[in-house]
Ligand binder design. Structure first.
Ligand code: SF4
Length: 417
């Protein structure tokens, strides 16, 4: 098996996704050319809706990293960041983006045109420590960009109280006032409600798409997870709602007609942690055993229902939660979520990606492994790898573990290979 490989996609929507991705990056470059302010920010917080409502252009350096991994650019960026002294133990998103901005950023012929330089940097709106440090590093590189630093507490998903929301609302309002003063653009609060409505609709569609994965055979697998791009970059837009409506229709039709991802689905798998962005083809590896990855932790991270009639409160809550049920939560809550997903999606076996460069999502995996075995009788296997750096992934070791695991799962179900 190769170290780096694209996944085999079977949905029509995968073609449509290529257009949506290209248009997002084109839009960023067009904004720069037109003088529409471009702001770099972490994903999955309420800033994206504020930007779309104020006709500002959001850019997500963290999301650029999977694109770099998919295009094979990340190893070069890692060399640059290593030369700057960033340890290989740090998050791969952070090392990739620092290597990119201090390396080939302004070279011609970057895939998708690369990223437009920021006029604004929105820093520290929740998330994990590396996510915040990425923004701090950007401030030092793009010294002409105006910087807004939010002060949000790190509160566990399940511990958020009213006073946290009230405080986060005041931070959202401070952001809007700062954007108005810095860019001269005023917030239209009716438009903000519309944007929040679109964002909520995207999450509703996303949740519906995920429920079709409970069907046997599943109509969509982890090999198609690139569709998550829309949830990361386009929340609050009609583009996201249109794309997800098309995807929902396609997935629903496949579910109703019993069309699976492979000819005979025998083993249903769960993937914990972030995928290997440089090797999404790994999700197809299990198919020779009749195995399909039908659910993941990461896909649950991008959906949070919002109330369009209370836009600021909704966005404040979203900013506090950041990545629901993935990194900003207790190990107990995360374990409960994995167990629930394994029940809901009728999982036979779990693949636990021990992600060298994402400690927040890897923490607690041994507790999850034990609970899967004792409470649900679901076997699991640990896959040592890294979501960004293929140097931390051994395809030979993966193959050995995956083969033994799949043979054991087939035997457990009394099925032949
Ligand atoms: S959650 Fe993990 S992958 Fe995401 S920024 Fe934090 S350390 Fe990196």
């Amino acid at each position: 098996m190769e170290k780096t490989r694209k996944s085999r996609k079977r949905l029509r929507s995968a073609q449509e996704l290529n257009r949506v991705v290209a248009e997002f990056y084109l839009e960023g470059h067009a904004a720069k050319a037109e003088g529409r302010p471009v702001g770099w920010m972490p994903p999955m917080n309420g800033v994206i809706e504020v930007f779309y409502a104020m006709d500002l252009q959001p850019v997500f350096p963290e999301n650029w990293s999977p694109v770099c991994a998919a295009f094979g650019l990340a190893p070069r960026h890692f060399e640059v960041s290593a030369g700057l002294g960033y340890s290989r133990d740090l998050c791969g998103y952070l090392r990739n983006i620092f290597g990119y901005i201090h390396g080939p950023m302004n070279e011609p012929d970057m895939p998708l045109g690369g990223l437009p330089e920021p006029d604004l940097i929105i820093s520290a709106f929740g998330g994990c420590i590396p996510a915040m440090k990425i923004l701090h590093g950007l401030e030092r590189r793009f010294t002409r960009a105006k910087v807004f630093t939010a002060e949000l507490p790190q509160v566990g998903f399940e511990d958020i109280q009213d006073h946290h929301i009230e405080y986060a609302v005041s931070e959202m309002q401070r952001l809007i006032d700062w954007l108005t003063e810095t860019t001269g653009r005023k917030m239209d609060y009716d438009r903000l409600k519309d944007v929040v409505r679109l964002s909520d609709r995207a999450c509703e569609l996303w949740d519906e798409i995920m429920t079709y994965r409970r069907f046997v055979p599943t109509p969509i697998s982890a090999a198609e997870l690139g569709v998550m791009f829309v949830m990361v970059t386009r929340q609050g837009t009609q583009v996201a709602v249109d794309f997800l409506t098309g995807l929902r229709d396609e997935v629903r039709q496949r579910a109703e007609e019993g069309i699976g991802m492979i000819e005979e689905e025998k083993i249903r798998l769960f993937w914990d942690n972030i995928p290997l962005w440089y090797n999404m083809g790994l999700f197809n590896y299990f198919e020779k055993y009749g195995g399909v990855v039908v659910a993941e932790t990461y896909s649950a991270a991008w959906s949070l229902r919002l109330d369009p009639d209370r836009p600021l409160e909704s966005l404040a809550r979203k900013s506090l939660v950041s990545y629901p049920l993935v990194s900003c939560t207790s190990i107990r809550k995360r374990k409960d979520m994995v167990l629930q997903a394994c029940r809901d999606y009728r999982i036979d076996g779990a693949l636990l990606h021990a992600n060298k460069s994402c400690v927040p999502i890897t923490l607690g995996q041994m507790d999850i492994k034990r609970a899967l075995e004792t409470e649900l009788d679901i076997p699991s296997v640990v896959i040592d790898a890294d979501h960004m750096d293929d140097q931390n992934f051994s395809s030979a070791q993966f193959q050995t573990r995956a083969d033994a695991f799949m043979e054991m799962l087939l035997a457990k179900k009394g099925l032949a290979y």
